[in-house]
Structure formats: C-alpha cells, structure tokens
Design a protein around this ligand. Structure first.
Ligand code: DC
Length: 220
C-alpha cells in the first residue's frame, strides 16, 4: 500500500506536482480541494449561504461528490473545469470550515485511499484524512512567488490579472484555511517540509519522487 499525502497552502503548485508524480509512479491522483470547490459551486448555484450550516447540511443531503480519473463529479456532472475561478476558491475556503462539509469530503477521500495507491493533496491529508500515510509532505512557497506564478498563468491565458489583488487573495485564503476550527491547514509533525519558492516544476517533481523512493525503498 502506498499513500502519499501532500498538504500546503493554495497556489503552491501542489496539484501540478501531485498529478505529475502520480503519473510517473502509476498512482491515483486525488484532489480533495476540487471536492470542496464542487460543494461551493453547488451552494452558489442554489443561492445557499456558505456560512449557513443548516442550509448547507440540507443541500448536502442530496449531493453526491466523486473523484475519478482526474475529474471531479458533482451529482454526476463533470465540473472539473468550471470550479477553477477565484470566486470558487474563496467560497470553497469558506464552506470548508463547516464540519458536515468536511465529513462528506473525508468520507469520499478515505474510501478512495482504502482501495487504491494514491497521491492525495489538500490541507489536512497528513493530519486528519490519512494520518498514517506512508509518505507525508508539507509543501509551501512564499506568497509573493505564488502570486507571481498565478499572475503569469492568467496573462498566458489572456485573462485580466492584478498582481496585488492576487497576492491579497492568496494571503486571505491562507489565513482562513489555517485559522479555522476543524482540521486547519497545518504541517503534520512527521511530514517533510518542502519550500518550492526557488524550484522549477521539474525540480519539484524530482524532489518529491526522490523523497518517496527514500521513504519507501521503491524504485522511482
Ligand atoms: O486546494 P484548493 O485551492 O483547490 O482548495 C480549495 C479550498 O478547499 C481551500 O481554500 C480550503 C479547502 N480545502 C480544505 O479545507 N481541505 C482540503 N483538504 C482541501 C481543500
């Protein structure tokens, strides 16, 4: 059994790295943030206030979330593309504070990790979702570096971008994710810390694969 848990704040490139590592090692990639994003999307579509716990619980009672083949499904609909907006990032961070929302995503995440070898990324994988994961990593990067990466990405996509605004949003979400009551973003005591501020994507992928090889004796 091989379960790789990667946690860290938003915009660190965790998804890119986790996906590439999963592909290289033949593991299943699970993006838990995408599941929180899907629930946030549904709350926006239905006009449910993300801070209104009873209303969110009611909405969850007929909500089915699944993650399969790098895609997230909300009530059977592939929403992988449309959840990647700034509005959904903030709404996901807000709705993820609620216990019943976390329980729902945790249940799906644990089920997936119990049947497959996985690279799972999020905020609380090593601390709460799979605390006994074989490899645990806490990945971060300076908020200015994260903002610049995002800024360049938006410009490349021909989308409008304001560097100061992006940095402000990143720091706001960092604060919210690490100060909530239930399973906040936090490095697990036994997780390896990795600052990726000065790493290229290739260097980062290599570093993670090397760590997995060292921890598990697996040839990568
Ligand atoms: O990784 P992401 O940016 O897609 O995550 C979106 C939000 O979901 C994040 O700001 C907080 C929440 N989240 C969480 O609370 N726990 C996780 N394991 C993953 C994401």
């Amino acid at each position: 059994m091989l379960r790789v848990a990667i946690d860290g704040p938003g915009g660190t490139g965790k998804s890119t790295i986790a996906k590439a590592v999963a592909e290289r090692l033949g593991l299943e990639y699970i993006d838990t943030g995408a599941m929180y994003r899907s629930i946030a999307l549904k709350s926006i579509r239905k006009g449910v206030d993300a801070e209104d716990e009873p209303a969110v619980v009611d909405m969850l009672s007929d909500t089915v979330i699944d993650f399969n083949d790098n895609k997230v499904y909300l009530d059977g609909e592939d929403v992988s593309g449309i959840i990647r907006t700034n509005e959904i990032s903030m709404a996901a961070s807000t709705i993820s504070k609620l216990g019943p929302v976390r329980a729902k995503v945790d249940e799906v995440s644990r089920r997936l990790a119990s049947t497959k070898n996985v690279v799972m990324e999020g905020r609380d994988i090593g601390t709460a979702v799979i605390p006994d994961a074989e490899v645990k990593l806490f990945m971060t990067a300076d908020s200015s570096v994260r903002a610049m990466r995002r800024y360049k990405q938006l410009l490349e996509q021909g989308k409008p971008a304001d560097l100061d605004e992006i940095k402000e949003d990143i720091e706001k979400r960092d604060y919210q994710d690490s100060h909530r009551e239930i399973n906040p973003l936090k490095q697990a005591d036994d997780a390896v810390f990795m600052d990726t501020s000065d790493m290229s994507i290739e260097e980062n992928i290599d570093a993670v694969c090397e760590l997995i090889a060292n921890k598990t004796g697996r040839d990568v």
